[in-house]
Design a protein around this ligand. Structure first.
Ligand SMILES: Cc1ncc(COP(=O)(O)O)c(C=O)c1O
Length: 354
């Protein structure tokens, strides 16, 4: 705390991302990165940019990337916004579309960045409890509100809300913006993008960090009606005109065009997720149904914290949240078969045939 800080900074409780330890030989299954590398075509496109043209600013409007994404989803470029990771896109969403007098609604167990943005921008909010099976009950999202946001699939639970439920929610919430954060949608869900033309208050956000293996490049996007996108552009152009650099623009565009690699990678993650679930079940874990690239699971006898600490001794890092309702759960990112072997061997070494 310093007397030089502004009143808002004094009150902030910043988001704490999953750790990125600087140790060698880690089996890093804690931040939902994709274990398979980025598309070779994306890497090649970025190499092409490494040269004299880096002395020039990138396209502030990211026109070419926005057109590529628009074509991919059957939208127009005016319905696409891009930013420096979906965290930045979400920050602009909160600032541009949620600053109202009524509370923003989101689940009690969800992406823990949401309350942080609320604090940063002074947005009142209400957390709506997930039901006993950790599912979102859309009938709870009614009445006067300043907007609604939830991830689909939800994080850290991995549970998917079916598209007809989202439609039901939109039918009764027409007066404020509804954001579906689809960071993990490619691992098993149907995108709400198809509802955009019917619901001008629907905004869908996505990221290239997960299914396109580009967490290190920082590219996120939002899809919605031109009026919602214009609000985001207005905030972006009052903040940073060039959120995506030349490497990010080139890499992201090539990644979107490499459909074959994308399909192959996401299928590999889905297959590994199923194998990991079976292996964990055999060891006494039960996991929630996951449509994401992670499993949210608990052990029938062992405390989650004990398991996380034991795995860590062997360099296997998984995520444990010290929040009520979920303190006995671990969120384990789906990795490669080899990473899973290390995870399971570590578990067996510590806990035998528990
Ligand atoms: C639900 C959800 N939304 C958004 C993000 C942010 O992703 P990024 O900023 O890497 O695009 C994450 C990251 O883990 C997430 O879990």
């Amino acid at each position: 705390m310093s007397r030089f800080w502004s009143p808002i900074v004094k009150k902030l409780e910043p988001y704490v991302p999953g750790e990125q330890p600087k140790l060698q030989n880690l089996t890093k299954l804690n931040t939902n990165e994709n274990p398979f590398g980025p598309s070779p075509k994306a890497l090649e496109a970025m190499k092409q940019v490494l040269g004299d043209e880096l002395r020039l600013y990138p396209d502030p409007n990211a026109d070419s990337l926005r057109e590529t994404i628009a074509e991919y989803y059957g939208l127009t470029a005016q319905q696409v916004f891009v930013g420096n990771g979906s965290d930045e896109v979400l920050a602009h969403v909160f600032h541009a579309l949620f600053q109202h007098n009524h509370p923003l609604l989101f689940p009690d167990i969800t992406y823990s960045f949401y309350p942080v943005y609320c604090q940063l921008y002074g947005i009142p909010y209400e957390q709506i409890p997930l039901d006993d099976s950790f599912a979102i009950a859309v009938s709870d999202y009614r009445g006067i509100n300043g907007g609604i946001i939830f991830p689909n699939p939800n994080a850290p639970t991995g549970r998917l809300l079916p598209l007809d439920e989202i439609r039901r929610l939109l039918e009764v919430n027409t007066e404020t913006v509804v954001v579906v954060d689809e960071a993990y949608i490619d691992f098993g869900g149907e995108s709400a993008v198809g509802l955009i033309d019917q619901f001008p208050n629907l905004l869908v956000t996505q990221t290239l960090s997960k299914s396109r293996s580009l967490a290190g490049l920082r590219v996120g996007l939002a899809l919605g009606s031109p009026e919602l996108i214009e609000a985001l552009e207005r905030v972006k152009n009052s903040f940073n005109s060039y959120p995506l650099d030349r490497l990010a623009l080139a890499g992201a565009e090539a990644a979107f065009k490499d459909q074959a690699y994308f399909e192959q990678c996401r299928q590999a993650v889905i297959d590994e997720r199923d194998r990991l679930r079976v292996a964990l079940n055999k060891r006494g874990f039960e996991s929630l149904p996951s449509a994401a690239n992670f499993l949210f699971c608990r052990h029938r006898d062992l405390a989650a914290e004990t398991v996380a600490a034991a795995l860590r001794e062997d360099g296997v890092i998984v995520r444990h949240f010290r929040h009520s309702r979920i303190e006995n759960y671990l969120r384990i990112t789906v990795g490669t078969a080899e990473q899973h072997e290390r995870l399971l061997a570590s578990f067996d070494r510590h806990f035998g045939a528990k």
